[in-house]
Design a protein around this ligand. Structure first.
Ligand SMILES: [Zn+2]
Length: 461
């Protein structure tokens, strides 16, 4: 006989479930049983529950689904604050030579830094699009997956790649790219070794050639075939800047969306970062094929890329989640900031005040992200039967106490302290502190690895 599930009861808090009806309770409860949500509703938890190992008084708090990040490059944690006034292409050209010097120890420390920053800010599902694999530098993918497992967050590694160096008309220097065959073989090996397709999996792998200007058409085509043969998702950057649009028209005679479609890269198993420069026909193609979008407003602003048409995408039925993008173009690395900036930046676009609401912003950062990652049945909303990935935000301090609407406070206000976050029902943050990792030790390690990389890359003497 299996032991009865241990229960955690959270009550007396405001609850934003982000279910299909946006159900909210001004004072509600949630019961966790094992790794699942058992019940959620108004008022106190049902009386007489057995096996309760913990009871949390959520007075003055807001309970939401855990935040889901859909686009990131962990390794950039140790190259923040460089090329601060460049647009995308100039920024990439400035940084590629430094990035090409990363090794396993640097990658591991940077992954820990990125993960720690996100987790302490309420992220329960993370992803890393890693596409820099210098020769002979160890098991970079393994080091990233180890870091995520140690932090206790749910994780997708998008195994990236670049095979179009400068001599093939690409943007990265030749020494920073892999061969087509090496990239495909290493990606397949990573899937075989680490991908877990089961419900509630902590580690998933996606196939993720970097972008049209850094990979060959053949890598896109064969990458899509590999992903579908293995039953994993596909991820890349798309339609980020005007320069990318020009690059595609000059090299391929068509815009990015048509190019992606011609290589098998539109579909409900695909999600793309940015999608800033989208014509009506591009948005219609994404909606028709259910291709997902990782909206990264802070990075788009930092690199002067433009404003993605998120209200139009949502109206057309395109799945949209949020991403911090790499921290070399978004030094904060916090997803809370993206909730706020998604709302603010989209109100500077064509729809003005009719753009995103606070509740739509919260939905993008939770359920929207789950949908983009293909995990909407498992996570992204607080509903009985789903995995217990959730965040209890403190709303009774100076920063938020005078705001009556807790969702508005969370999205529009300062970053709220996290009193408790759970992944699979297990605590990751308690009273604002990581319980799965030593934040100060990670800060020291990332500082040391950033200095070592700067020295090796010749940025410092
Ligand atoms: Zn990116």
């Amino acid at each position: 006989m299996t032991a009865p599930a241990e229960r955690i009861v959270i009550e007396n808090c405001a609850v934003a479930t982000v279910d299909a009806d946006d159900t909210e309770y001004p004072a509600g409860h949630l019961v966790v049983a094992g790794d699942r949500i058992e019940s959620v509703g108004p008022g106190p938890a049902p009386a007489g529950l057995e096996g309760v190992v913990r009871r949390v008084d959520g007075t003055g708090h807001l309970l939401t689904p855990g935040l889901v990040n859909t686009h990131h490059h962990f390794y950039q944690w140790i190259t923040r604050g460089l090329a601060t006034d460049h647009n995308l292409f100039d920024w990439l050209v400035a940084l590629y030579p430094t990035w090409a010097r990363i090794d396993e120890a640097m990658t591991h420390a940077a992954a820990q830094g990125s993960l720690a920053m996100m987790a302490r800010g309420g992220v329960t599902t993370a992803m890393d699009h890693h596409y820099v694999f210098p020769r002979g530098t160890g098991d970079l993918s393994g080091s990233i997956i180890r870091a995520a497992a140690g932090m206790g967050v749910r994780f997708t590694l998008a195994r990236g790649s670049m095979d179009r160096g400068e001599s093939d008309g690409g943007l990265p220097p030749d020494f920073a790219v892999e061969t087509l065959d090496d990239a495909l073989a290493a990606t397949e090996e990573t899937i075989d070794k680490h991908h877990d397709a089961s419900f509630g999996a902590m580690t998933r792998i996606a196939v993720a050639p970097c972008s049209p200007f850094s990979v060959s058409t053949e890598l896109l085509r064969q990458g899509a075939e590999l992903a579908r043969r293995k039953g994993v998702r596909l991820h890349t950057h798309g339609s980020e800047t005007v320069e990318e649009e020009q690059f595609c028209r000059e090299l391929f005679g068509m815009g990015p969306t048509d190019y992606f479609e011609s290589t098998g890269w539109l579909g409900e198993d695909v999600w793309m970062a940015h999608c800033v420069h989208m014509a009506d026909s591009d948005i219609a193609a994404f909606a028709r094929t259910r291709t997902g979008v990782a909206h990264c407003p802070s990075s788009n602003a930092r690199l002067a890329a433009g404003i993605a048409r998120v209200p139009d995408m949502l109206a057309a039925g395109v799945p949209v989640g949020l991403g911090v993008d790499g921290t070399a173009s978004n030094e904060s690395g916090e997803l809370h900031t993206e909730l706020r900036n998604a709302l603010l930046i989209n109100r500077l676009g064509a729809h003005r005040e009719a753009a995103l609401t606070a509740r739509q912003a919260l939905r993008l950062g939770t359920y929207g992200g789950a949908r983009v990652l293909g995990r909407a049945e498992e996570i992204g909303s607080l509903e009985a039967g789903k995995l217990a990935d959730l965040v209890l935000w403190r709303m009774d301090t100076l920063a938020h106490a005078s705001i009556a609407d807790p969702v508005a406070a969370l999205v529009l206000g300062a970053a709220a302290p996290v009193t408790l976050s759970l992944v699979n029902g297990r605590p990751v943050v308690e009273d604002g502190c990581l319980v799965t990792a030593d934040e100060d030790a990670i800060a020291r390690a990332t500082r040391d690895e950033a200095r070592r990389l700067a020295r090796i890359a010749g940025l410092t003497g």
